[in-house]
Write a protein that binds this ligand. Structure first.
Ligand code: CA2
Length: 147
């Protein structure tokens, strides 16, 4: 049976493509979802792609992922830099989580250079725009193939 990768997107990522394309690119979140499902098909992975502006909903999705998903890719948006709740949920889930950011957070404001997610993530991909999701799926396939 195909393994499942949960791809979670945090606050404001539903606005992609509408503003700040010089930072986040021209792709919409729907474009990125298609990129992920198409590449998931090539890799033989089932992709479950979601977005929420609500921290608690993201926490619940990670909690529940322990039952259904084999790995997760997380762009927690601004919660990356603030959310101990997401960090705790990742640690409790035992799920391999790959952190993704469209922008290179290390070239940006100091507050974006800190990530709670990184403390529990298997690895971090940032600065490659939408292509970073493809890189993260490839990494997930590698991790799951080794299991
Ligand atoms: O680079 C990333 O992927 C971020 O996770 C994006 C977050 C930001 O808070 C993180 O520091 C880095 C913000 C996403 C907001 O995206 C928008 C795009 C267009 C219009 C409005 C928001």
């Amino acid at each position: 049976m195909a393994k499942t990768v949960l791809i979670l997107n945090g606050p404001n990522l539903n606005m992609l493509g509408s503003r700040e394309p010089e930072i986040y690119g021209h792709e919409t979140l729907a474009d990125i979802e298609k990129l992920c499902t198409d590449f998931g098909d090539e890799l033989g992975l089932k992709v479950d792609f979601r977005q929420s502006n609500n921290e608690g909903e993201l926490v619940e999705w990670i909690q529940n992922a322990g039952g259904g998903a084999d790995a997760a890719i997380l762009n927690a948006g601004a919660y990356t830099h603030t959310s101990i709740a997401l960090l705790d949920a990742i640690q409790a889930s035992g799920l391999p989580v790959i952190e993704v950011h469209l922008s290179n957070i290390f070239q940006r404001e100091p507050f974006r250079q800190e990530s709670y997610i990184s403390k529990a993530a298997v690895g971090v991909i940032c600065g490659f725009g939408a292509y970073g999701y493809r890189l993260a799926l490839d990494a997930a396939a590698g991790i799951l193939g080794d299991k």
